[in-house]
Write a protein that binds this ligand. Structure first.
Ligand code: IMP
Length: 207
């Protein structure tokens, strides 16, 4: 398969077309000498259906499929919001909570309506990262950020549910925080910190 990623056979492929996620991963992951290529910049790569029942299954599917196709190590991120009063929904369905196509504003409206009479607004973001080698070996890490759902959207930074999510111990939503502040607290930031700690040898570019 031809593509930009062939420029560096030691690159790490971020197995996502979500530009916000890819930007956050590039900003957070700090591995000296590592080049990152995102699936969003490789139009020849197929979309991978996120049809699994768990974050782990979806993260693995994205990473394994694209590692096999490209011959690169691939990093899959599957993440979402779990709201206690909704039995953990939208969970793995977070991207398409209000239906197809993905619509962040419609998802946020649906969430606010669903919580109108809720006794608890407690929620958490969860991020599962899967690393896959071209030969099909896989590794998983997870990051969680506890918090609550605000009563109205606030802030313009970030993406998705960020205007509604207030991390525990803070008054502002993720969308009111500078990106570096969100990344220091977020589920993705925590998962990537675990990845850097547990996968330091796997992520380092071979010499
Ligand atoms: P997926 O991992 O591609 O299935 O999509 C994850 C979905 O969860 C996104 O479309 C957002 O709706 C939501 N999500 C995941 N991470 C974040 C985040 O950092 N901020 C806001 N929403 C997020």
């Amino acid at each position: 398969m031809k593509g930009k990623h062939e420029l560096d056979p030691h690159a790490l492929l971020i197995a996502s077309r979500n530009r916000h996620k890819c930007e956050e991963i590039r900003a957070i992951l700090d591995v000296p000498g590592l080049t990152m290529v995102s699936a969003a910049d490789c139009p020849e790569l197929p979309d991978v259906d996120e049809d699994g029942e768990t974050f782990e299954a979806n993260a693995l599917k994205k990473a394994v499929t694209l590692a096999r196709l490209t011959g690169l190590r691939a990093l899959g991120d599957d993440s979402g919001l779990e709201v206690d009063a909704l039995g953990g929904a939208p969970g793995v369905r977070s991207a398409r909570y209000a239906g197809e196509p993905v619509d962040y504003a419609a998802n946020n409206r649906k969430l606010l309506t669903a919580l109108e009479n809720a006794a608890s607004r407690r929620a958490r973001f969860r991020c599962v990262l899967a690393l896959a080698s071209p030969a099909g070996k896989t590794w998983l890490v997870e990051g969680v950020c506890e918090g609550s759902i605000a009563c109205a959207e606030k802030g313009r930074q970030g993406f998705g549910y960020d205007p509604l999510f207030v991390p525990e111990g803070f008054e502002e939503t993720f969308a009111e925080m500078a990106p570096a502040r969100k990344n220091a607290l977020s589920h993705r930031g925590r998962a990537l910190a675990a990845a850097q700690r547990d996968w330091s040898d796997l992520l380092r570019a071979p010499r």
